[in-house]
Design a binder for this molecule. Structure first.
Ligand SMILES: *Cc1c(COP(=O)(O)O)cnc(C)c1O
Length: 369
């Protein structure tokens, strides 16, 4: 059986002819970057869609994370999760900040708030949690600790586009939230990202920082970086946004089908939905438990040998990479849940173009057929 490869995700590409008018506008305007009309329109459209007041676009999520930390002048030590994509902790190292890893909650796979306090030292200035797989963190518990110890909270919300809790966007929590619009994410601008901030003044500072610190022709107020999103990327985002509802509806349906078909498979534990008001179904993580006939890696390889590229997100843990593994907080004894989950997790393919046949094929392999 020579089936086409199925990757863990596939970017949603609107019909090409729908992109041409956007390009025509850019050609007509002759503005390619530096906060042009497409950039402005996408900021407005996203703040509407997401239900947030202030959003600053970036050329990628990692530069947005770096800039978020700069904008709040975060220094010293920051408490974060080892169970994420490396960019989370790398953004701290690039700012000369020491990451301090704290274990995750076994149900939500997010930073475990009950373990944060023990990791706070006089050097701690902030917490950087991740809404892993788009499941909201325990934002109330985290804010309470931050308030008690006077810490900043910067959410790596790279997975959380469109996620809401009972009161609205999950992105309104903490001091800042950072999105990624990378090609592999639920909403993409090829490469891109954004910072959600609480007020116009903060956005102003972030806007300066993402443009070299330039205020006007003769004024530079900070050692800023080049974090600007181009007009072509912004235009692609505007077009994506036209299709987002339909794309999300299909993700939701795939999530439902997987849950139904896999619910009684021995040894396959489907990570619970967080009970949020609106999820984004960006990932479909399962844990391959010890009573499954194969090890996680055996199942991963079996799928791979059949052209199905499930991914072991997040294995290895960030804290296992050479630039982190010597740190006291990176030791296995400090992170028992994260180590355990990283050895069991497998993210199954989920994306709008995945059809029912593909899903059945994947499920059949998981069921051992
Ligand atoms: C994708 C991702 C990033 C990085 O975003 P880029 O836009 O690729 O730079 C950061 N954190 C997490 C958790 C991510 O998944």
């Amino acid at each position: 059986m020579s089936d086409k490869p199925i990757y863990v995700t596939q970017p949603y590409l609107p019909p090409l002819d729908e992109f041409i008018p956007y390009l025509q506008q850019i050609w007509d305007n002759k503005i390619l970057t530096n906060g042009g009309p497409m950039h402005q329109q996408l900021e407005d459209a996203l703040s509407d869609y997401l239900g947030v007041e202030h959003i600053a676009l970036f050329n990628n999520g990692t530069i947005a994370l770096l800039t978020a930390l700069q904008s709040l002048r975060v220094t010293g030590e920051v408490i974060t999760t080892p169970y994420s994509f490396v960019a989370t902790a790398h953004s701290l190292l690039w700012n000369g900040i020491k990451p301090v890893f704290v274990d995750i909650d076994p149900d939500t796979l997010n930073l475990d708030p009950s373990k944060i306090e023990a990791a706070i030292t006089p050097q701690t200035t902030a917490i950087m949690p991740v809404h892993c797989y788009g499941h909201p963190c325990d934002v109330q518990a985290i804010q309470k600790i931050a308030d008690n110890y006077n810490l900043r909270v910067i959410y790596d919300a790279a997975h959380a586009f469109g996620v809401q809790d009972a009161e609205g966007s999950i992105l309104r929590h903490g001091d800042l939230s950072v999105l990624s619009f990378h090609a592999t994410k639920v909403f993409n601008t090829l490469e891109g990202g954004a910072i959600i901030c609480p007020d116009a003044k903060t956005k102003q500072r972030i806007n300066h920082l993402k443009n070299f610190g330039i205020v006007d022709e003769v004024t530079v107020v900070a050692p800023g970086i080049n974090g600007k999103m181009s007009e072509v990327n912004a235009a692609f985002g505007l077009l994506q946004l036209q299709h987002i509802e339909r794309a999300q509806a299909r993700r939701k349906e795939i999530n439902r089908i997987y849950r139904e078909m896999l619910k009684d498979v021995q040894g396959i534990h489907i990570v619970e939905e967080a009970g949020e008001a609106v999820a984004n179904y960006s990932y479909f993580p399962v844990l391959v438990e010890t009573d499954y006939p194969l090890s996680r890696d055996e199942l991963y390889l079996k799928l791979k040998n059949n052209n199905i590229f499930a991914r072991r997100y997040f294995y290895p843990l960030i804290s296992e990479f050479p630039m982190y593994r010597g740190m006291p907080s990176a030791q296995r004894g400090n992170l028992p849940v994260a180590f355990d989950v990283a050895e069991k997790v497998l993210c199954l393919p989920i994306y709008p173009a995945l059809n029912d046949c593909d899903i059945s094929r994947i499920v059949n392999f998981v069921k051992g057929n």
